[in-house]
Each structure stands twice: as structure tokens, then as C-alpha cells.
Design a protein around this ligand. Structure first.
Ligand SMILES: Cc1cc2nc3c(=O)[nH]c(=O)nc-3n(C[C@H](O)[C@H](O)[C@H](O)COP(=O)(O)OP(=O)(O)OC[C@H]3O[C@@H](n4cnc5c(N)ncnc54)[C@H](O)[C@@H]3O)c2cc1C
Length: 480
């Protein structure tokens, strides 16, 4: 390994538990409400992730304030730059369906989506020293190093999913197509219902952990099938900007009349006769203040919302506690990286420490390159160790795993930038989507929920759809 003197390791980036935890953990010191209202707004959006920014975008003609706990907007859609090379440091790609409404939305934001369409293999699998490009296409599936029954079963699954796509309910729908799939795990569906050998499940393990936060035995078959449908789809293609989905965030920010306010942590909500009061900790000035808003969009995970919502708001605490989250580490390995990997998204099979990586730019060049390594942590027990870990140790663990698989890479790494997401994404465990599409309310009075977790599956499209729906509810509520 590079000597520690020449290898730079960043401190934690990503979400900021040190800013938020003191207000929400059981031993938190109570923040008292200042007596007077300091500020008034027609609409307050809490959280400047993709869902909150989308809601604010669709409400940009109104007096809207966006409050963000972190230093920068974007939530898990973070990106970086190293020696002029842009790279994703969180959410990386999106699906570009040939659907007019999505295309219109991207066009409206001025996003050159056609430039983001990925050429060449989108996905490749690395197993026992060999690459298997296009591992999610029919041709690629035929080459996988799996028993014949596993390969044929996966090919049949891909064909079935492609034919289901037409009649599958879109995101944002209040019903589940094939609700029976949500009663069982993906592993159970593959092995018991479709009779695939366990090797097929193993092939999908890193994909599942990375995209859905937990392995095939822990996620709902509905959610697994929904994600795989996009991979196998004849009607959508994967698109990614060099810096990942932070580009979507930037497009939304450009369109907002006022930027989100950083380091403004919303700590409580209180319904009042005329609207709502928000207790906000201004972490820049280290003081609390009271804001009055006509309507509030809570675009935060329900792990936060349940601390903010008062008992009289109407949500049951038990319902909010049913949202579960995975945790995630993303490491940007920066340097003169020479590794050649055939896919945009490169999956490794059977590696505990990380699941996949992307390289920016894709082709080797003489200058700097960045290998972004995605390391979903074990669900549900991975969060605490991640919170306690030292950056140096996590960097060493990841570099060790990368070096084992791709010898020689370590000496090329000059800097490791570590992004940690404690409650990275909602985990669609079996039964969760049925609960969510049942009677879970997304609005009570003037408090409206947003966030991708309301869709039950973590993807940027879920965040966008939920942000759009929240904005529509605000307009109805305010009679706009
Ligand atoms: C590592 C990683 C990689 C991913 N890759 C992809 C991908 O390639 N493609 C894809 O489609 N999806 C991907 N996803 C999922 C997808 O990006 C997310 O589901 C989506 O971006 C989440 O947006 P959101 O607005 O729902 O939530 P978040 O991004 O979680 O935003 C919530 C915001 O609320 C703020 N906040 C929290 N508490 C408070 C408070 N009390 N006061 C004020 N603000 C607060 C947070 O700081 C945060 O900015 C990935 C997720 C992760 C973690």
C-alpha cells in the first residue's frame, strides 16, 4: 500500500450526523422555542435532497423557503471533482425512459439528457478474475459463469419482466401491480417460485445490496423485480452525467429563485391556528429561531420526520417506525488509475467490502482518474460500526479489497475521499410496500410529506415523483 504520508485520506463527507444527532437522539439537549416568530413564509420545504428541490421547483412561483441541515444541497446526490475530472460521490445514474412526460421534465430543466445516454456496456460483472460485460442483457446473461439452470432461469426472468413492463403501475401510483410479490423476498421468489438455483440469487446479491440496501433474502420480490425490470427493459436506457445525479440537483438549483439555506436544522413542527410553526436550529449562528409557514413540505426521511412531527399531527409513531434504512459508504479513489473495466457500472461478485464501482472518465488516460467505489453496509447492523469507524480504517479496508481484486491499483491512488450516508436509503423489506400503498397518509392538514422513502424504493425517479406530488398537494391545500 502507498505509504500513509503520500496517500491523502479525507475526513468524512456525506451527511453530517454531528450536526443532526445532538437534536434527535434520546439524550438530546432540548432546544427551547424562542417566543417570537422571526420570519414568515407561505411554504417551507424541509430538506434539499432531490425530492425537496423538486417540490420547491414546482412551487417556485410562490414564496418558498428551503431549509437544509447539511452544508450543501443534494442529499445523497453528491459529486466531486479531482484534477478537473468530475465524478459521482453518491447517486450516479438515472433511467431515461422513452416516455414523453419524463423527457419533457428533463428538457424543461435544460438537461442535455441525450448526452448522458451511456454507450457501450452499461453493466459488467467481475468474477474470479474475469469480466462479463453486458451482464443484464440477454446476450450477456448467456455468458455468465453460472450453472445452466441459473442462466436459463435468468434469461426467462428477463424476458418475462420485459413483457410485464407495459402493464406495471408507474412510480407514484397508489396501487401495486402483482401485490403478491411484496409478500415474499426476492430470494424466495427466484428460488421457490421460479425454481432458480441459489447461484442466480448470488449473482444478484451485490446488485440488490447496492440498489435496494439489503440482500435478495431481505428485500421484497416486488421491489427487486421493479429494479430488474429497468435493467432488462427494452424501453429505457441508463443515463449518467460525469458527476452523477448532482447534475440534476444543479439544474433544479439554477431554476429556483432563492437557494436553499444551508445548516438550518428543523427540529420541531407545531400546528397553529393560521399555519405551522417550525423550530429551526441555525447551525451557522448557533441559535434557534421560529418560522411561521402556511404549509410545510417535509422532504426528509421518516427517521427524521418522526422526531419533528407532534402527536397531534395525525401520524402514528408506529407507522413512521416501519420505515427502515440502509447505510452506505462511497469512496472516491483519486489518482492515476489505469484499471480498465468494460461497463459503466461494474459489479463484483462475492465481495463483502464493496458491491460495484464506476470510473471517471471511463477510458484510461495519462492524467487523473477517479474510481468511485460503492460500499453498501450490512443491513441492518452496519450503521453503528460505520458511525464509529475512523476514515483511515475504512479507507484501508476498501483499498485492501480493491487491491485483492485488481492488483496494482493501490499504488495508483493518491487520495481517498470518503462519503458516508448513515440512513442512505429506504429498504423495501417484504410487506413494506403493501403497508405504504395501503392507508399510510402522505398529508395531514398543512403538513405534506415528500422524500423517496414514500415510494418505498430508492431511486432518483422516486424522489422526483414524490416531490412533484407534494407540490400538487401544496397547491390544492392553499387553493392555488
Ligand atoms: C450511495 C447512493 C447511491 C445511489 N445511487 C443511485 C443511482 O445511481 N440512481 C438512482 O436512481 N438512485 C440512486 N440512489 C438513490 C437516490 O439517489 C435517492 O433515493 C434520492 O436521491 C433521495 O432523494 P430524497 O430527496 O428522497 O432524499 P435525500 O437525498 O436523503 O434528501 C433529504 C435531505 O433532507 C435533509 N435533512 C434531513 N434532516 C433535516 C432536518 N431536520 N432539517 C433540514 N434538512 C434535513 C438532508 O440533509 C438531505 O439533504 C442512491 C443512493 C445512495 C445513498
Amino acid at each position: 500500500m502507498n505509504s500513509e504520508r503520500s496517500l491523502r485520506i479525507s475526513s468524512w463527507q456525506g451527511d453530517l450526523p454531528a450536526v443532526c444527532h445532538p437534536h434527535f437522539l434520546p439524550q438530546a439537549k432540548e432546544i427551547l422555542w424562542p417566543e417570537k416568530v422571526e420570519e414568515r413564509a407561505e411554504i417551507a420545504v424541509v430538506g434539499a435532497g432531490l425530492s425537496g428541490l423538486t417540490a420547491a421547483y414546482h412551487l417556485r412561483d410562490r414564496e418558498t423557503v428551503v431549509l437544509e441541515a447539511g452544508e450543501i444541497p443534494g442529499g445523497v446526490c453528491q459529486g466531486g471533482s479531482y484534477q478537473g475530472v468530475k465524478y459521482p460521490a453518491g447517486s450516479a445514474y438515472f433511467y431515461y425512459p422513452w416516455d414523453e412526460s419524463w423527457q419533457a421534465w428533463y428538457r424543461e430543466l435544460g438537461l442535455p439528457v441525450d448526452e448522458a445516454l451511456i454507450s457501450g456496456p452499461v453493466s459488467a460483472l467481475f468474477h474470479e478474475g474475469r469480466w462479463y460485460p453486458d451482464c443484464f442483457t440477454l446476450d450477456g446473461l448467456r455468458t455468465l459463469p453460472l450453472p445452466v439452470a441459473a442462466r436459463e432461469g435468468l434469461i426467462k426472468l428477463a424476458a418475462d419482466l420485459a413483457s410485464w413492463e407495459e402493464r406495471w403501475e408507474p412510480l407514484g401510483s397508489s396501487v401495486l401491480s402483482q401485490p403478491e410479490l411484496d409478500r415474499i423476498s426476492l430470494a424466495h421468489y427466484l428460488e421457490q417460485y421460479r425454481g432458480l438455483p441459489p447461484e442466480a440469487t448470488l449473482f444478484l446479491d451485490s446488485y440488490c445490496r447496492s440498489c435496494l440496501g439489503a440482500g435478495p433474502d431481505a428485500v421484497s420480490a416486488w421491489a427487486g423485480v421493479f429494479f430488474l425490470m429497468s435493467e432488462f427493459s427494452p424501453t429505457s436506457r441508463t443515463a449518467a452525467f460525469p458527476e452523477g445525479n448532482t447534475r440534476l440537483v444543479e439544474a433544479l438549483l439554477r431554476a429556483l429563485p432563492r437557494p436553499p439555506r444551508p445548516r438550518q436544522i428543523v427540529v420541531r413542527l407545531e400546528p397553529k391556528a393560521r399555519g405551522l410553526h417550525l423550530l429551526i436550529w441555525n447551525d451557522l449562528e448557533k441559535r434557534p429561531y421560529r418560522l411561521e409557514a402556511g404549509t410545510v413540505v417535509l422532504a426528509v426521511g421518516k427517521f427524521v420526520a418522526r422526531h419533528l412531527l407532534p402527536p397531534e399531527s395525525g401520524w402514528r409513531l408506529d407507522d413512521l417506525a416501519r420505515f427502515r434504512y440502509s447505510s452506505y459508504l462511497v469512496a472516491a479513489l483519486c489518482g492515476r488509475i489505469t484499471i480498465k473495466a468494460p461497463g459503466y457500472e461494474n459489479w463484483v461478485m462475492g465481495e463483502e467490502a464493496f458491491s460495484d464501482f464506476v470510473i471517471s472518465p471511463r477510458l484510461p488516460r495519462s492524467g487523473g482518474r477517479v474510481m468511485t467505489v460503492f460500499a453498501p453496509q450490512p443491513f441492518p447492523q452496519g450503521r453503528d460500526p460505520l458511525m464509529r469507524a475512523r476514515p483511515k480504517d475504512k479507507a484501508r479496508e476498501l483499498l485492501g479489497a480493491v487491491e485483492r481484486l485488481f492488483p496494482g491499483t493501490i499504488k495508483e491512488v493518491e487520495e481517498v475521499r470518503l462519503h458516508r450516508f448513515g440512513h442512505a436509503q429506504v429498504v423495501p423489506y417484504p410487506g413494506f410496500l403493501t403497508f405504504l400503498k395501503g392507508d399510510f397518509p402522505k398529508q395531514q392538514g398543512r403538513i405534506i410529506l415528500a422524500h423517496s422513502d414514500l415510494e418505498g424504493v430508492p431511486c432518483v425517479e422516486a424522489a422526483i415523483v414524490q416531490g412533484q406530488q407534494a407540490a400538487r398537494r401544496v397547491r390544492e391545500t392553499l387553493g392555488l
